[in-house]
Design a protein around this ligand. Sequence first.
Ligand code: ZN
Length: 201
Amino acid sequence: MELYSGYVNRLVSELAALPGIGDKSAQRLAFHMINMPPEKVKRLADTMIEARSRVKYCSCCYTLTDTETCPVCSNPARDHAQIMVVEDTRDMSAYEKTQKYGGVYHVLHGAIAPMLGVGPNDIKIKELVARCSDESNPVSEVILATNSSIEGETTAMYISKLIKPLGVKVTRIASGVPVGGDLEYIDEITLTRALDGRVEV
Ligand code: ZN
């Protein structure tokens, strides 16, 4: 015999399929939602649907944005010749919070991870190479700010081999960033130090 109604079971299993949510949290959330006023549940559901349908990749740096190009790429005061390569949009916002970086970004949406079946073509690497080869916006420096995990290092090495032959200076952020640490959890001082201490590779 099923313990809950079929609808509750479905809600629990949908929630449990989300990252970082185990069975217990899924049950707690499901019961919370069922006890919420119907208009609040509708607002939550509508917000999810709207975000999913309206948010897209910036046509230049591939971060998530509501507009054709993101606020950073469309800002003429930023240095468009300096590109910082990060694994995801959260890393980009971590660097933006420091307010110490005046260049633009390139968001890979992942890192090369052969064990997980993620190859160079599964992340936005060829898009980065295209940006570095675009003569209408000459690039002077590519800063590799991928995580210091094995995947992040592999990705940085792979990209530097592709970009250096194009005559672009390639640098790697300093290893003050804890090994395996996600960039978004690192404090602003550490991030600024990592950026200032970058070395040419
Ligand atoms: Zn952008």
